[in-house]
Design a protein around this ligand. Sequence first.
Ligand code: PLP
Length: 423
Amino acid sequence: MIHDKSIELFHKAKQFMPGGVNSPVRAFGSVGRTPLFIEKAKGSKIYDVDGNEYIDYVCSWGPGILGHANDEVIEAVQKAAMDGLTFGAPTKKEIILTELIADLMPSMEMTRLVSSGTEAVMSAIRTARGYTKKDMIIKFRGCYHGHSDGLLVKAGSAALTQAVPDSAGVPKSYTDNTLIAEYNDYDSVRELFERYKGKIAAIIVEPVAANMGVVLPDDGFLPFLREITLENEALLIFDEVITGFRLGLDGAQGYYNIKPDLTTLGKIVGGGMPIGAYGGRREIMEMVSPVGPVYQAGTLSGNPIATTAGIKTLEILKRNSYYYNELENKAKKLAGAFIEYGSRNNVSLQVNQIGSLLCAFFTKEIVVDFKAATSSDTNQYANYFGRMLDQGIYIAPSQYEAMFVSVAHTDEDIEKTCRAISM
Ligand SMILES: *Cc1c(COP(=O)(O)O)cnc(C)c1O
């Protein structure tokens, strides 16, 4: 496969953008290759500037549940664009989308639309702090919630302490109110509530972690988080930026039947356009300005084109709820191919799969938390990535990302991918 044009563009891109990209994982750094520059995509296929075709399992990191350039979505977006790109004033479309969200995710009685997942999470946390009048939050190691200062953290040196910045440019003081617990580790959460009694505003969690590979909550974990937050008058925030409308129409909260106080959405909710959303119980959301004292605003929030793409995408999913079974079946086939490959070749492999999310880890350890996830042999992942790419299959250029299956993946695509996995 020839990548000359991508290589040339990457060289030029590096002159004008840091690392040649606008989001770091796109640079292919952890798999030791140069990134593909994409020309176009349709359905399950993505095409690079050298004319190579790939079956795409990145799906723009999650939004592409319908596959690329769905005809109905594109047509609606084109029509909306003719009426103007942005007004900075209310539109009927914002009501349609927020009502649709409330209908599909009943815990989101009221929603504020923003323009990215990062913004949704940042604002949800501000709202939780405003509502509870407390400052501290608990996040889990390995969960990603966007790149706002207070969330770019890693665990400090002593166990059970406050977090420290995980990026240059984040003042230590900005992370003082972020506490880190371990995913699926009940005691780590209990101990933080004991140590910081009466100070914790909220727990934020990816109900299925999909930014350290895919890590499932154990059976009692989410109910435990619900219970301990209620006991301590803290809010439970589900970051469903990936899981929302992916695990089902009602997201992970429907799948696991847990009602969070606040939910953040992104990715699928924008149908491929930039939207984030946060919402929850009316009394909490009425803390947000202009009703309440928690300030939050956005020039392009509720943008009519993005909103159109989101509405269309959710309407299509709602109309075809059987998609979710199909998605799961496809993901199960892929998971099966990994397991078979591992056992046939004596490779230590763990496959975590739920709905249309899956991830293979090259480790002996059962992957239930960050520590196990990072025991994966990333060199083996890089080899696997390269083998797949050379066979026309585009997967995430990093171990710590999910493989996303879309409605547009055909049986033929899945079979071809299974064959590629087993080679
Ligand atoms: C992608 C992601 C975000 C950040 O969303 P952006 O739109 O990239 O800012 C936040 N939380 C989770 C769980 C995500 O997967």
